[in-house]
Design a protein around this ligand. Structure first.
Ligand code: PSU
Ligand code: MN
Length: 308
């Protein structure tokens, strides 16, 4: 039977030796940022992970094979393909695999692969969530359902206000997903450090977070954990400015009838154009920041396991 799943030797070896691994998604490469900044960012992220003493595991579907630990040339190819690579969430996996296509995994798709491979920590920019008006449209990202069922800790900078952040937090509560603020009491809003919504738990060190991740495994509460890490102050955007841009672009997208999996990439590109690249610069910096925290958490997790 054909195998549709592959873990690179480097990643498999690190997992077997209780060495820290940090997973990275690929929709952010193909659908979340323009070329060539997408490829530069993805490769720099891998470099940071290594400099932090961890093994990077970029996840994507390569010619139908769900791959944990992509090579630089595969990252380059996905970046060049852009939106012609399939955006792959959980439900898309079997189809893209059977068709032998190139696919970029979302947070949900990447978490699913982490679950299969045994990678515990995953860093990204922002997660999908409950879109505005989702109480009517039902447009709630499969990322939230994946967090309910797959035991992976996801480090992100919160959710963009293209989403309804309050509804997103309600959905996470319903799904039994702990939301932990790293050195913050508030849910960050991606480009900005605050959203006005509180998180339930605040933790100030990577060690505390690693302890919670281990406790979650022992208790088998199922599902993942969301660790929200605000964009560093020096890179954060003016909330009035960015929120006005987002308001306008959400309204335009609605008027143009853009729905489904095309909506999030459309909004990301529209916001980037409207801010003349300022949103992209902030996006890149917050990803680097999240990656460094994810590395600290992954290292602490291995250290705690070693002590057991
Ligand atoms: N939000 C961002 N940047 C992104 C995404 C979301 O700020 O790149 C991507 C992620 O891959 C996420 C996906 O998993 O979009 C969610 O898409 P949807 O809303 O269609 O579920
Ligand atoms: Mn959606």
């Amino acid at each position: 039977m054909k195998s549709y799943f592959c873990v690179s030797e480097r990643v498999a070896g690190a997992i077997a030796d209780n060495k820290p691994v940090v997973a990275l998604e690929s929709t952010i490469i193909s659908h979340g940022m323009p070329y060539p900044q997408n490829v530069q960012t993805a490769l720099e992220v891998e470099r940071i992970v290594r400099a932090e003493g961890c093994t990077p595991a970029t996840v994507a579907v390569i010619n139908g094979v769900l791959t944990v630990g992509c090579e630089p040339d595969q990252i380059e190819l996905l970046g060049k393909m852009g939106t012609s690579a399939v955006k792959v969430s959980r439900r898309d996996l079997p189809i893209v695999a059977a068709q032998g296509k190139m696919g970029a995994t979302t947070v949900a798709g990447t978490m699913y692969a982490c679950g299969l491979a045994g990678v515990d920590v995953f860093a990204t920019g922002g997660i999908g969530g409950a879109h505005r008006n989702s109480q009517y449209t039902m447009d709630i990202s499969a990322d939230l359902d994946e967090l309910q069922q797959t035991n992976v800790a996801v480090v992100c900078a919160g959710a963009k206000s293209i989403l309804d952040i309050g509804l997103t937090l309600e959905c996470l509560e319903t799904r039994g997903v702990p939301v932990v603020g790293y050195q913050t009491d508030e849910m960050p809003a991606f480009y900005t450090r605050s959203s006005g919504y509180k998180v339930d738990y605040r933790m100030d060190s990577a060690r505390q977070i690693a302890q919670a991740i281990l406790a979650q495994k022992v208790l088998k509460t199922k599902g993942g954990m969301l660790i929200v890490d605000p964009i560093p102050q020096q890179y954060s955007m003016d909330p009035d400015y960015i929120n006005a841009v987002i308001e306008r672009e959400v309204k335009r997208a609605d008027e143009s009838g853009i729905t489904g999996k095309a909506l999030t990439p459309h909004l990301l590109a529209a916001i980037e154009r409207a801010t003349e690249g300022k949103s992209l610069a902030a996006n890149i910096q917050l990803v680097f920041n999240n990656v460094r925290l994810a590395c600290q958490i992954a290292r602490e997790l291995c250290a705690l396991r070693g002590e057991q």
